[in-house]
Design a protein around this ligand. Structure first.
Ligand code: 5RP
Length: 222
């Protein structure tokens, strides 16, 4: 099975976590795109969705799946999203699709976070295979970059990308993230940072991992 087939398998498996008449939080990316295809098959059974990006909103609407403004809903039952990396503590690096801030907001509201990934996303230590994205207010780009260098990172300006919120992305290389909760807090405190793509203090509750032997399910111990 190739990566896309593994992504499709977890996207469809996530349907098992959807209860009738609830509002579903929708992430962003190619794995989530498969989940949206699956959700389409039960669209008349759910109340609707809230979306983390214009891209996902466009796909949901094109399939006739209702999309609500987050400020108009009382509760988001589950949030389904992919990740760029996930560690054994179910903490993630996200933001490859530049949607990290809205993803973090919807994840914070949701009662349960279901992370759907193919096995290539599993790492022992975050930062091993991908840079860490940081969404930044444009006027603070150079200042934030300097502060990230002081933290040991090598920030790179993601060219030709403006987020749905009108901001820019710095991709930070060279970080060995041994204390994700501390680094998340530290970077979020830099003036000009909108949010960092470390999902550590709000980690996933369930992880569905697409492997060549089938979908592996990991549930957080509370
Ligand atoms: C977007 C994200 C995505 O979840 C992440 O990039 C994974 O994407 P894909 O499912 O295409 O591999 O964080 O901002």
């Amino acid at each position: 099975m190739n990566h896309d087939e593994l992504k499709k398998a977890v996207g469809w498996k996530a349907l098992h976590y959807i209860k009738p008449s609830t509002i579903i939080g929708i992430g962003t990316g190619s794995t989530v795109s498969h989940f949206i295809d699956a959700l389409y098959t039960i669209k008349d059974k759910i109340e609707g969705t809230v979306s983390s990006s214009l891209c996902s909103t466009q796909k949901l609407k094109s399939l006739g799946i209702p999309v609500f403004n987050l400020n108009q809903v009382d509760e988001v039952a589950v949030y389904v999203d992919g990740a760029d990396e996930i560690n054994p503590q179910m903490q993630m690096i996200k933001g490859g699709g530049a949607a990290l801030t809205r993803e973090k907001i919807v994840a914070a509201v949701a009662k349960k976070f279901i992370c759907i990934v193919d096995s290539s996303k599993e790492v022992g230590v975050l930062g091993s295979s991908v840079p860490l994205p940081v969404e930044v207010i444009p006027m603070a780009r150079v200042y934030v970059a300097r502060r990230l260098i002081q933290l040991g990172g090598l920030p790179e300006y993601r060219l030709n990308v403006i987020t749905d919120n009108g901001n820019i992305i710095l991709d930070v290389y060279n970080l060995c993230i041994v204390d994700p909760i501390f680094l998340e807090k530290t970077i979020n405190e830099i003036p000009g940072v909108v949010t960092v793509g470390l999902f550590a203090s709000r980690s996933a509750d369930v992880v569905l991992i697409g492997t060549k032997n089938g979908v592996k399910t990991i549930v957080k111990n509370n």
